[in-house]
Design a protein around this ligand. Structure first.
Ligand code: G1P
Length: 294
């Protein structure tokens, strides 16, 4: 059988962003900047660096700024050109030149599983990636690329996972896994079961699902049969549990540092860390931080 490749990346971005009100009243949360780049662009760049050349963004009402961001901005480009601001012009152009982006609108925010199901027509019978833009992962080898390596070998769905200690585990999908022998060492597990946002005492392990998935197209049939779950929403985790009855699935402990930018504290931490790493800002920002009387 011909090997499947991962060329398409889906970004669910229809969520209302209530955790960031009032900033997200008239602006999509995906467009909040980490230093000077919108959160979603980090994810799109990761997908591209991992071999995906088609990006599908699932949007909703009030998300037009995302479409404008990845589109050509003629007025801005002309102005920068006239003023000879070539560096900025290149940055602006590189965003719209980046990739082929398509949009599907999710009319109602009915859950992550529902958002992924919206991608069915565009994805067709291919394996594809799902990236939750809130999870910004800083890694030497892009997180999704690490997972694509696993996928290329196993040809099965692969979920990113990391250890989350204590009560916080209840904010995640949680995995029950068994070790497998593979060249990926103790980073790769076979998934036995998974549960969305369990109570601490019901969590099958401390391995949380992180917002990077490679899924086989079987997920669409599974999601179509999945009943509404926690919070009255169609949960991706519930759909994947159904898929697990038909196909093997793997969990991969990626190498890298994840920032939960959907959380205010996580967002602030990410901002500081990314700013400190910048060539142009790192030094003066470090000096400034040192001078704060903490
Ligand atoms: C979603 C998923 C959850 C996953 C998490 C990762 O939850 O439902 O399984 O662990 O993303 O960030 P949310 O953060 O949207 O509540």
């Amino acid at each position: 059988m011909k090997k499947m490749k991962v060329c398409k990346a889906v970004f669910p971005a229809a969520g209302l962003g209530t955790r960031f009100l009032p900033a997200t009243k008239a602006q999509p949360k995906e467009m909040l900047p980490l230093v000077d780049k919108p959160i979603i662009q980090y994810g799109v760049e990761e997908a591209m660096a991992s071999g995906c050349n088609q990006i599908l963004i699932i949007t909703g009402r009030g998300k037009q700024a995302i479409e404008d961001h990845f589109d050509v901005s003629y007025e801005l480009e002309r102005m920068l050109e006239e003023r000879g601001k070539t560096d900025l012009l290149n940055i602006v152009r590189s965003i719209s030149d980046m990739i082929y982006v398509a949009y599907v609108r999710q009319k109602e925010a009915l859950g992550l599983g529902h958002a992924v199901l919206m991608a069915r027509e565009m994805v067709g019978h291919e394996a594809f990636a799902v990236l939750l833009a809130d999870d910004v992962i800083d890694a030497k080898v892009p997180c999704l690329k690490q997972m694509v390596e696993v996928f290329n070998e196993k040809q099965c769905s692969v979920l990113a996972t990391q250890v989350v200690e204590g009560e916080m585990i209840s904010s995640y999908g949680v995995l029950d896994v068994k070790p497998v022998d593979s060249r990926f060492g103790d980073r790769l597990f076979e998934i036995k079961n998974m549960i969305e946002k369990p109570k601490l005492e019901e969590a099958p392990s401390n391995l949380a699902i992180i917002g990077r998935y490679i899924l086989t197209p079987g997920i669409f049939d599974a999601l179509a049969e999945t009943p509404t779950g926690a919070g009255g929403e169609l949960q991706l985790t519930d759909g994947m549990r159904l898929l697990l009855q038909k196909e093997k699935m793997y969990a991969y402990v990626y190498e890298g540092r994840r920032h939960d930018t959907g959380d205010k504290l996580g967002f602030l931490k990410a901002t500081v860390e990314f700013a400190l790493k910048r060539e142009d800002l790192g030094e003066p920002f470090r000096e400034y931080l040192k001078g704060l009387k903490l």
